[in-house]
Design a protein. Structure first.
Length: 492
């Protein structure tokens, strides 16, 4: 007797055959324009699926109109890396498809061993007067450097006549690349040893070079937080301020449209936090109940619910609002609290989806340098449900060469990791997904029984290190300081 699974598979196959057959019979010959309009409104996976239905749909799916529409959508969402001056309008179908593949999978030269190292597609050198990023800050303020024109494009002037320092910033490009929303953390010297800190949300027109402040928030500082580090993140209508010491930490949520704020006191000090549209993701670490394992907790909150959660107005409250998602992840035994890193990227394949990477370097009872990397899909399909969903896609343990360590926020969407050792040498490691198990965490014999994977790695040319080295979230573009200039390298 035919099994239920076999029957289901047969029905699906017969249904697909019927669809193919009916599509050949019912589609009129003059409907190509209508089909092109439909395909231009689809996402990449849907277009690829439609291309397998018939030869006619394959030809339509791989027309220039369709792939120009697909890549224009990714460009509007600030997802693709392409060389300054390059125009999507000038690219052939093959080049557009190649750009999509590099965005999703990373550069081809990152995924194979070559004696000459990764292949350059393009290299740009900028010549600012100070070691800097394309958008960078120093004691005097903050500047934006034009990559295409190699010139100073914009400078943050602030609101103060006294001395100030732009101590941290975060930026989000919106409106199809025409606007950058910048959150600037500023320390202002009021006189003597008095310092007041602010978070300034700035709207920067990337076409005209003009800017204006939409929200200036004076950070409330107690005596113990006066000299504490301050960092900011921005995403959509919200910004997040982090500050604190080893004894006291705070999170401040800002809602830009209403110019409102909410302060939260953190009881855990070993945590990572990031924003995706409308939601806050927090990962913290606690000792397990058996006192042998560390346990990581992944939480997802709706930010609007945190902004309206009952509290004491401008005074801090503990972060006790129930999260929409709460998931625990076991960690191997160790003497000290583990290091862990969290990064998220919008999916170029499906709107409303984010890929979340969780990296946990291990301290096992072995000479091997291991790290557990979990990959998740976060779905924000609010039209179907008011709550996001979290699905674990893979959990892998990797043997990482030498003394390499994972750097924060440097796991790209495609799973490429920028790694550095104490001598300053860099490698790109590719986290190939080989284990499709969706089970969370690892068992108590993970070090002896877990399957260990070796990462394909490639060597990068030596950098002159002055500050950060950045790996873009898509496409594998590197930005770093070399020979008193900023180098931006695009790879094939």
């Amino acid at each position: 007797m035919e099994s239920r699974s076999a029957f289901k598979k047969r029905v699906l196959l017969s249904g697909q055959s019927s669809i193919r057959a009916s599509s050949k019979l019912t589609l009129p010959s003059d409907s190509d324009d209508v089909l092109l309009i439909i395909l231009c409104l689809c996402d990449i996976p849907t277009v690829l699926s439609m291309s397998r239905v018939s030869k006619r749909l394959h030809n339509l799916a791989f027309s220039r109109e369709v792939w120009f529409a697909l890549m224009s959508d990714l460009r509007a969402r600030n997802i693709i890396d392409y060389v300054p001056g390059q125009r999507l309008e000038d690219l052939t179908v093959a080049r557009l498809v190649d750009l999509a593949q590099r965005t999703v999978q990373g550069p081809r030269s990152f995924s194979k061993q070559e004696a000459s190292g990764p292949g350059f597609a393009h290299q740009i050198f900028l010549n600012p007067s100070l070691p800097a990023d394309v958008l960078f800050s120093d004691w005097d303020g903050m500047r934006c450097w034009s990559v295409e024109g190699d010139r100073l494009f914009w400078e943050y002037e602030g609101h103060w006549s006294s001395r100030f320092s732009a101590v941290w910033y975060d930026a989000e490009v919106t409106e199809g690349g025409r606007v950058a929303m910048i959150a600037v953390a500023v320390a202002v010297v009021l006189g003597g040893s008095q310092i007041q800190k602010y978070v300034d949300i700035v709207h920067l027109d990337l076409v005209e070079g003009t800017s204006f402040s939409i929200f200036l928030y004076p950070v409330p500082l107690s005596e113990e937080l006066l000299t504490s580090p301050l960092s900011v993140k921005i995403c959509g209508d919200f910004a997040l301020v982090q500050m604190g010491t080893h004894y006291h930490e705070e999170l401040i949520l800002l809602k830009l449209s209403t110019r409102s704020s909410r302060r939260y006191s953190m009881t855990e000090f070993n945590y990572k936090v990031l924003l995706i549209p409308g939601y806050m993701i927090l990962l913290n670490c606690e000792k397990g109940s058996d006192n042998l394992y560390w346990e990581l907790f992944l939480h997802v909150w709706n930010i609007d619910s945190l902004m309206t959660h009952p509290g004491q107005g401008r005074h801090e409250i503990e972060l006790k609002a129930p999260p929409l998602i709460h998931q625990s992840i076991m960690y191997p035994p160790g003497r000290s609290s583990p290091a862990f890193f969290l990064s998220a990227h919008a999916s170029p394949l499906r709107r409303g989806h984010y890929t979340l990477w969780l990296a946990c370097p291990q301290t096992p009872r072995t000479t091997r340098s291991l790290a557990t990397i979990n990959k998740y899909d976060v779905s924000l399909q609010v039209l179907r449900s008011q709550e996001p969903s979290l699905q674990q896609l893979s959990s892998e343990t990797y043997d990482l060469p030498g003394t390499w360590f994972v750097a924060d926020s440097r796991i790209s969407y495609s799973g490429h990791v920028l790694r550095q050792n104490s001598a300053g040498a860099h490698r790109i490691c590719w986290l190939t997904s080989q284990n499709k198990s969706k089970q969370s965490g690892i068992d108590d014999k993970c070090l002896e029984e877990a399957r260990i994977h070796e990462c394909p790695t490639i060597e990068l040319q030596p950098f002159e290190m002055h500050g950060d080295v950045q790996l873009s979230g898509y496409g594998g573009t590197l930005t770093f300081w070399r020979e008193k200039r900023i180098a931006i390298e695009f790879y094939e």
